[in-house]
Design a protein around this ligand. Sequence first.
Ligand SMILES: C[S@@+](CC[C@H](N)C(=O)[O-])C[C@H]1O[C@@H](n2cnc3c(N)ncnc32)[C@H](O)[C@@H]1O
Length: 268
Amino acid sequence: MPTGAPQTWHYGLVARYWAEFNDGFRPHEIPYFRQFIENDGEPALDIACGTGRLLLPYLRAGLDVEGCDVSADMIAACREKAQREGFAPSLHVQPMHELDLPRRYRTLYVCGAYGLGSTREQDAQALDVFHELLEPGGTLLLDVEVPYADSRHWKYWPAEARTTLPEPESEPEKREVAADGAEYGLRSRLLAVDPLDQSVTFEMRVEVWRGGVLEAWEVHRLDARYYFVNELRLMIERAGFRDIVVHGDHVDAAPTSDDEFVVFVARK
Ligand SMILES: C[S@@+](CC[C@H](N)C(=O)[O-])C[C@H]1O[C@@H](n2cnc3c(N)ncnc32)[C@H](O)[C@@H]1O
């Protein structure tokens, strides 16, 4: 594994890319989390809100939702998007395992972020923090991608396969055109897989082109840790939660072996 503290790639040009192109990603997640907030779940906190893919629709629906994220760049983009629509949500730049906020919430939801850029100890600490941040009877909603969902890194769990890592530089993926005419090109590659730690490291290169000229480029790294369903259930239990239910990929039903994501629904 590369040395240095775990990190995420949601900064700089990646944050700009995310703000520009991510709103339509996995749309079924939006009504799934919303139903919990609408059902006596206010106020809510969007943990790792990114650029507001979920937060903004909830503000439009008149729901009392705040956001937080470790990346000041993602929060800045989220704030700008919210302000453009006349909203001024409370947004906090803090890592989830160190959240220190004065308010208590009826709902906490974490979408697409648990296990990113953190250590295993910090992931466990985050669950304690979530418990502290909830009102008694409040609900935690925490989703994770299961470790075997993505064959791109799952196939590297055997030692022999890992001898071919890191992956070579890939060809640029197709470029996407932003509102201001700039073209964004992304390419990512897998650097390392550590099955003992259940973690993977990706590298992403982002390029911004304008009028056929390369205007800017950045390289970022993402460390992600994967949790098996029964392992994470025990961790959530250990943090003091009760009535833990696991849902399939953002549906109100038990998961199946084919689900790539699961959601934990737990009560304080
Ligand atoms: C895949 S994006 C998801 C954003 C948003 N939840 C959504 O679903 O559109 C992951 C987000 O998690 C944030 N993040 C990663 N690690 C974090 C941590 N330890 N604490 C807080 N935020 C974190 C990143 O900055 C990024 O905005």
